[in-house]
Design a protein around this ligand. Structure first.
Ligand code: NI
Length: 134
C-alpha cells in the first residue's frame, strides 16, 4: 500500500556548467542558464509504501510525514536560491533530478527502514522526475 503527501516550495536556481562558454551553456540549458537565476514553484510528492498497521489503520501517519517534509525540506529550500544559499548544491547542479536525489536522501534518514520511499518532484506543470533510491 502506498500513501502520498504533497507539499510545495518556491526556489530559484541556475543551471550552468562553469567549464563551458556562455554560448555552450545557453545551447544546452537554454533559459535555465540565465545568469540572474529564475524561480520554480516546485511540487513535491512524497510516496511511502508499507503495510497497513492493524492498530491505526495507517501505513504512516500523514501528519508525521507532513511535519518531516516541512521541517527538513521546505524550511531548507523554500524562498532560497539553491545555487547560492544551499550547501547541498554548491558542487551539485540543482536540476530537478539532483534536487529529488537530495530530498530523497534527507527524507530517508527520517523514515523507518520498514518503509519504501519514493519522491516525485514537479518542476513545471509538465515536467517531473521520480527517485526511489536507484
Ligand atoms: Ni529552471
Amino acid at each position: 500500500m502506498k500513501v502520498c503527501r504533497r507539499e510545495t516550495f518556491n526556489s530559484a536556481h541556475r543551471l550552468f556548467n562553469p567549464d563551458w562558454s556562455d554560448e555552450k551553456n545557453f545551447e544546452v540549458f537554454g533559459k535555465c542558464s540565465n545568469p540572474n537565476f529564475h524561480g520554480h514553484n516546485y511540487v513535491l510528492e512524497t510516496w511511502v509504501e508499507g503495510d497497513i498497521d492493524s492498530e491505526t489503520g495507517y501505513v504512516i501517519d500523514l501528519k508525521y510525514l507532513k511535519d518531516i517534509i516541512r521541517n527538513e525540506i521546505c524550511e531548507r529550500f523554500d524562498h532560497r536560491n539553491l545555487n547560492l544559499d544551499c550547501v547541498e548544491f554548491h558542487s551539485l547542479k540543482p536540476s530537478a533530478e539532483n534536487i529529488a536525489l537530495v530530498i530523497w536522501n534527507i527524507l530517508r534518514t527520517h523514515l523507518d527502514n520498514r518503509y519504501k520511499l519514493s519522491v516525485r518532484l514537479w518542476e513545471t506543470e509538465n515536467n517531473s522526475v521520480e527517485y526511489s533510491g536507484h
